[in-house]
Design a protein around this ligand. Structure first.
Ligand code: PEP
Length: 260
């Protein structure tokens, strides 16, 4: 049984005041307690957001965890501008998003580098959210499954099945991120089923039954119901709609009531 997992990727948005207001409003607008929820603020606010949540979560039915949007695979050293997994843990992170398509496209991240980050995160006990997704061009050429399989298997190289079980995967078609174009529930389910089948073939059914696969790409209150109803969709990684308390809370409530 996979517990629904909703995560908000704030990207390079919010300041601490806005972050506090967002958290307060999410608490006010949600009653959920039976799904996992995380927010991923920009690096400078991880510590203060995590402390703010700890100070305010008492008697709230919703438990919000904090995730980072990236990390380095090394522990420490001469890596100007980088942040280690140990540092992320130190400031209260539970999760770390790795391999987001914006990092792949804008910062030249490779499957190999992402794999090193996943190894390090897991060794430390941080829970990775591995993002995979094809571009529009790749889909138009009919190569979407080939791309997803490669990103998946290279991202998970040399991990033990027991480690893979603790990872979350986020299928985020690049053409759907921040564009307002969501993948239809059928397209998303088809790819999620393919990802699960690939996991079964390579790592066995226990792994594929355990791994949560989020969908990401223009998720909003208006489309989450149909998406979450799909067999292999276990939650969502949300960009734009996670910056507005109304829409993020609504998505949480819809998922919580989905009966999954
Ligand atoms: C994302 O950044 O991971 C994302 C899915 O963004 P959006 O929801 O804005 O498409």
């Amino acid at each position: 049984m996979r517990r629904i997992f909703i995560a908000g990727n704030w990207k390079m948005n919010t300041n601490f005041q806005e972050a506090k207001e967002l958290i307060d409003a999410i608490y006010q607008q949600t009653n959920s307690h039976d799904i996992d929820v995380a927010v991923c603020p920009p690096m400078p606010y991880l510590s203060s957001v995590s402390n703010y949540i700890k100070e305010n979560e008492h008697q709230k039915s919703l438990q919000i965890k904090v995730g980072a949007q990236n990390m380095h695979w090394e522990e420490k050293g001469a890596y100007t501008g980088e942040v280690s997994g140990t540092m992320l843990q130190d400031v209260g992170c539970t999760y770390v998003v790795l391999g987001h398509s914006e990092r792949r496209a804008l910062f030249s991240e490779t499957n190999n580098g992402i794999n090193k980050k996943i190894h390090k995160a897991l060794a430390l006990g941080l829970l990775p959210i591995l993002c995979i997704g094809e571009t529009l061009e790749e889909r138009e050429k009919g190569k979407e499954k080939e791309i997803i399989e490669k990103q998946l298997l290279e991202g998970l190289t040399d991990l033990l099945p027991s480690q893979i079980e603790t990872c979350t995967l986020a299928y985020e078609p690049v053409w759907a991120i921040g564009t307002g174009k969501t993948a239809s529930p059928e397209i998303a389910q088809d790819m999620h089923a393919f990802i699960r089948k690939t996991l079964t073939e390579k790592y066995g059914k226990n792994v594929s039954d355990s791994v949560r696969i989020q969908y990401g790409g223009s998720v909003k209150p208006q489309n989450i119901q149909e998406l979450i109803a799909q067999n292999d969709i276990d939650g969502a990684l949300i960009g734009g709609a996670s910056l507005k308390a109304d829409s993020f809370s609504k998505i949480i409530e819809i998922c919580s009531l989905s009966g999954k």
